[in-house]
Ligand binder design. Structure first.
Ligand SMILES: Nc1ncnc2c1ncn2[C@@H]1O[C@H](COP(=O)(O)OP(=O)(O)OP(=O)(O)O)[C@@H](O)[C@H]1O
Length: 263
């Protein structure tokens, strides 16, 4: 469903600000794979997501979504294939528009302009049905401005909207990080439910190692632009947070000793 082949990205090459963000990334996700992505700051996690979404154009390599080479396809054209939820609850929704207006926009994602139709009664009923799944009572607040919702409610709505047009790939960029533990739990549970129901192929970046182990069927760890750990199935489910921390420590030590060797 998703294939990254030998993807490289360096920001500001050949300058003092040069940053190697992605280095020979090869990654293949099957239909319905739910992959959690961890790694230290600057490891390249967001750049992987941005490359898939088309926000970042790779220097070399191929991005293939559902058998289509989208490497040079603009982000707005890819929007039909890719749903995304960001860390900031304010990012995925328009605060001055109502819940139903936001949902109508999400529904039209990736469509050509000029095909707009009003929010019909049938549509309203469908939106209400969709919202009921969240169990937050939002189905009774269709005409409320989204700016009035709490962060957790907005993230739940963002998630629903991101999956509305049944994308091929769902990208979650630390989408529970800004929420309090209770709301983070709610949005995590909801994520698992929506992903399972729609069999969505999903990449979820998180700094929460417990969450990375608990959620999904596969986990990758990134470091300095590379994928340095890729576990799934029982190997993943038998891992503990301590195991992951030990991996981090090993890498950091290895990196330090590599540098020492190179000096
Ligand atoms: N638009 C950009 N312009 C310049 N450098 C960038 C840009 N985006 C990312 N980088 C650099 O690329 C590297 C990888 O960044 P990225 O944001 O992908 O890391 P990350 O793993 O998501 O980190 P974090 O956990 O801190 O969000 C870093 O060195 C970063 O400074």
């Amino acid at each position: 469903m998703l294939k990254l082949q030998n993807v490289n990205k360096t920001f500001f090459p050949n300058s003092v600000n040069e940053r190697v963000a992605l280095s020979n990334i090869d990654l293949e996700l099957g239909n319905g794979d739910f992959v959690t992505v961890i790694g230290s700051n600057g490891a390249g996690k967001s750049t992987v997501l941005n490359t898939i979404a088309g926000k970042v154009s790779p220097d070399t390599g191929i991005v293939d979504i559902a058998g289509r080479n989208v490497t040079r396809m603009k982000d707005y054209k890819r929007a039909t294939y890719v749903g995304r939820v960001f860390q900031d609850p304010m990012a995925g929704t328009a605060p001055d528009l109502t819940i139903e207006q936001n949902m109508a926009l999400a529904e039209r994602r990736g469509m050509r302009r000029g095909l707009a139709s009003g929010i019909t009664k049938a549509k309203r009923t469908r939106f209400a049905d969709e919202l009921q799944v969240l169990e937050l009572g939002l189905e009774n607040r269709l005409s409320a401005k989204v700016g009035l919702l709490s962060g957790g409610q907005r993230q739940a709505l963002s998630l629903l909207m991101a999956t509305f047009s049944q994308p091929k790939i769902l990208l979650l960029d630390e989408h529970t990080a800004a929420l309090d533990p209770e709301r983070a739990r709610l949005v995590t549970d909801l994520t698992e439910k929506v992903v399972a129901e729609q069999e969505l192929t999903t990449l979820m970046v998180t700094h929460n190692m417990g969450q990375a182990l608990e959620v999904g069927n596969r986990l990758i760890m990134m470091h300095e632009g590379r994928i340095i750990l890729d576990v799934s199935g029982t190997e993943k489910s038998s891992m503990t947070v301590e195991d992951l921390l030990a991996q981090f420590t090993n890498i950091k030590n290895a990196t330090v000793s590599d540098r020492t060797l190179l000096q």
